[in-house]
Design a protein around this ligand. Structure first.
Ligand SMILES: NC(=O)c1ccc[n+]([C@@H]2O[C@H](COP(=O)([O-])OP(=O)(O)OC[C@H]3O[C@@H](n4cnc5c(N)ncnc54)[C@H](OP(=O)(O)O)[C@@H]3O)[C@@H](O)[C@H]2O)c1
Length: 296
């Protein structure tokens, strides 16, 4: 039997895909109600992590951050030796290294397979997995993981996979905030976004408009990725550089923007693309702008 821990925005559709593919799955979520609907698809609802460890020899983990991942890994390891972990959470390379060592000391295999793609891609089985860890263990699980992962890209150790995930996310977030600021700059001079897109559409940056243009401009969109998790990802990216003596000044700025939107802006549970609303709210009003303009 497989175990699945963490049935939030991402974990829920991933666990559902496993059930729909015919696997027997025991699920656990800290807030039990979020996992309950999976029972209708045949999932066994565990009342504790110990119960997951007793029933499953392979456990997928999809929780929010280092603290959550550490709590889960430690509890599972203390309940049973020899579990095979597949950690899909976006966590830091340093935590990944520690978790891997803990697992290996307890005779467990530890794979890090953070994913690219959101809840919709998970639901369609179209995630991209960035895989790190023992290749034989990974090969044994390839078929299982194909329930929600379209393509696995093997990069080396678990901690290397964690670092690559943060590096790729920093590129995504750079593109998204870059477009948000481009829109705000154009708006500050009275230019509506379609005029900006009309030019950008003829250039290679077209892909950024296609990916984020509509999402940045639409109101009341569903939450696909929470602002506080974007802040967490960029903080972990910054810390991953720090841990190896690598300054990352642009990532430091991204961390600050998401952090401020999540805390000062009160947008922690909102979709991360709402960062444009936060940046807009920091601008002077049109009337104030004409009085505070720094240029002639
Ligand atoms: N959303 C995306 O598009 C996306 C894409 C790729 C990767 N990710 C990454 O995937 C992970 C999950 O993201 P998500 O969007 O599914 O977030 P989410 O909806 O907030 O889910 C977070 C999950 O972590 C659990 N959790 C948090 N703290 C915990 C703790 N101390 N102990 C045990 N469980 C704990 C939550 O349990 P409760 O339900 O009890 O709070 C929930 O199951 C994150 O690392 C995120 O960065 C997200």
């Amino acid at each position: 039997m497989l175990g699945f821990v963490g049935t939030g925005l991402m974990g829920f559709p991933m666990a559902r895909r496993l059930l729909e593919s015919g696997y027997k799955v025991v699920v656990w979520n800290r807030t039990v109600d979020k996992a309950r609907p999976l029972q209708d698809l045949g999932a066994l609802l565990a009342s504790s992590l110990r119960e997951v460890a007793e029933k499953a020899d392979t456990v997928m983990v999809m929780v929010s951050d280092d603290e959550a991942s550490e709590a889960v890994v430690r509890e599972l390891l203390s309940s049973r030796k020899g579990i095979c972990f597949v950690n899909h959470s976006t966590v830091s390379p340093t935590h990944t290294l520690q978790a891997r060592r803990l697992a290996e000391a307890a005779g467990s295999a530890y794979l890090a397979v953070p994913v690219m793609g959101g809840p919709s891609e998970a639901q369609r089985g179209e995630l991209i997995g960035i895989a790190g860890g023992d290749q034989e263990a990974l090969e044994r699980l390839r078929q299982v993981l194909s329930a929600y992962i379209r393509e696995l890209v093997y990069v080396g150790s678990p901690e290397e996979a964690a670092a690559v995930k943060l590096a790729v996310n920093s590129l995504y977030f750079t593109s998204m905030i870059g477009l948000a600021e481009a829109i705000l700059l154009a708006e500050a001079w009275g230019v509506e976004p379609p005029k900006l897109f009309q030019v950008a559409d003829r250039l290679w940056v077209k892909a950024i408009i296609e990916r984020y243009g509509e999402r940045l401009l639409s109101e009341g969109k569903p939450v696909r990725f929470k602002m506080r998790l974007a802040a967490k990802d960029m903080f972990y990216a910054l810390k991953a550089g720090y841990d190896r003596g690598q300054p990352l000044p642009h990532i430091a700025a991204l961390t600050q923007i998401f952090l401020e939107a999540a805390t000062l802006g009160g947008m922690g549970e909102e979709d991360y693309t709402n960062v444009i609303r936060f940046l807009r709210s920091r601008a002077a009003s049109t009337a104030q702008r004409s009085q505070t303009t720094l240029a002639p």
